[in-house]
Ligand binder design. Structure first.
Ligand code: MN
Length: 335
């Protein structure tokens, strides 16, 4: 999945700061993709642009594809159908709770994205990929599309890459299990490549339990509930809601009266200001405009050096929306 908004705004994400522990409920914004499909966008949020280097979080489904008329992009098609589109200066993390998606990209990868398996694509200076629900996919689709901003030191020099991990390490806690997608939780470390101090984990909490989750004091964190509900300090986030926890915590208590599943996202506050537009991340408006020009030139030419063609994809790539006009003013990262 991707940012498929038809008229996306250009957004400035200011550098993060370590403001200490807080507990803020972040509500999702409903974003319509295609004609009718709605996804819940947690980041960027009007109250919080990033969590560590995590800069984009879409939560979608569970959707029954057998009942769906429209796809995520193309009316009349079943399930997700995202044609080849570009990314820059970020990593995409595709994470499913249910279902299956076919991934293809311009470095030649072809992979099935499945529940509990990490698929992480590092754009570097440029990559293109497609994401499709095949006719053979299971009927239910439930997942999250996450982006990690790459730091300036590597974002244009690291080679575009795709990594898949079917067998991720699991942290076993008293009352919960956590599959570690990226980074380290409780001494358990994922093999996935990260370029800033970062963590992502999929937590499953047993009913009626309070779990003490070990945290890193230098990191800021957020928890996104995808099933059941949680008690986190004064908040009781339910399905599709996120609680931002700030920095300065060595642990957090999570209570799941009826059981819960949630994503833990965290990292050191990202020290660089970002400019985000459509599927591009840059540092300036001009850089985003250049990426758009390069992508449109790639479509025209059937692939170019920055955005090669996605081999094996049967169909047309996704044109970029119209150029961003005005820069939105950054909002302070107030509590
Ligand atoms: Mn994408």
């Amino acid at each position: 999945m991707s940012d498929l908004e038809k008229d996306p705004a250009e957004l400035v994400c200011p550098a993060g700061t370590a403001d200490g522990p807080v507990a803020e409920l972040l509500e999702a914004r409903q974003v319509v993709l295609g004609r009718t499909t709605k996804v819940r966008r947690l980041l960027p949020n009007k109250n919080r642009r990033m969590v560590g280097a995590w800069c984009f979080v879409d939560h979608y489904g569970p959707d029954d594809l057998t009942e769906r008329v429209d796809s995520y992009d193309v009316p009349g098609e079943r399930g997700m159908l995202v044609p080849p589109h570009p990314h820059t200066s970020l990593q995409t993390v595709s994470w499913l709770f249910e279902g299956e998606i076919e991934h293809r990209d311009s470095v030649g990868s072809h992979a099935m994205v499945r529940p509990g398996e990490l698929n992480i694509m590092t754009a570097g200076n440029g990559i293109a990929h497609s994401e499709i629900s095949l006719p053979t996919a299971p009927p239910m689709l439930h997942g999250a599309q996450l982006w990690v901003a790459l730091p300036d030191s590597v974002r244009t020099t690291t080679a575009p890459a795709f990594n898949a991990y079917a067998d991720l390490p699991v942290l076993v806690l008293d009352g919960a299990e956590a599959t570690v997608m990226i980074g380290t939780v409780g001494g358990v470390t994922s093999p996935a490549p990260a370029y800033t101090p970062l963590v992502g984990a999929d937590l499953r909490l047993e009913p009626g339990r309070t779990v003490t989750l070990p945290l890193t004091t230098d990191f800021e964190y957020a928890v996104l509930v995808v099933d059941g509900s949680l008690q986190i300090e004064e908040h009781t986030p339910g399905f599709g809601e996120m609680v931002y926890l700030g920095t300065g915590r060595s642990q957090i208590d999570l209570t799941a009266p009826d059981g819960a599943r949630c994503l833990l996202l965290g990292g050191e506050p990202f020290e660089e200001e970002l400019v985000m537009w459509w599927n591009f991340i840059g540092r300036t408006h001009e850089e985003v405009v250049a990426a758009r020009n390069d992508w449109m030139a790639s479509i025209e030419a059937g692939g170019n050096d920055r955005f090669p063609v996605v081999p094996g994809y049967d169909g047309e790539p996704l044109p970029a929306p119209g150029l961003p006009g005005t820069r939105l003013k950054p909002r302070p990262r107030s509590r």
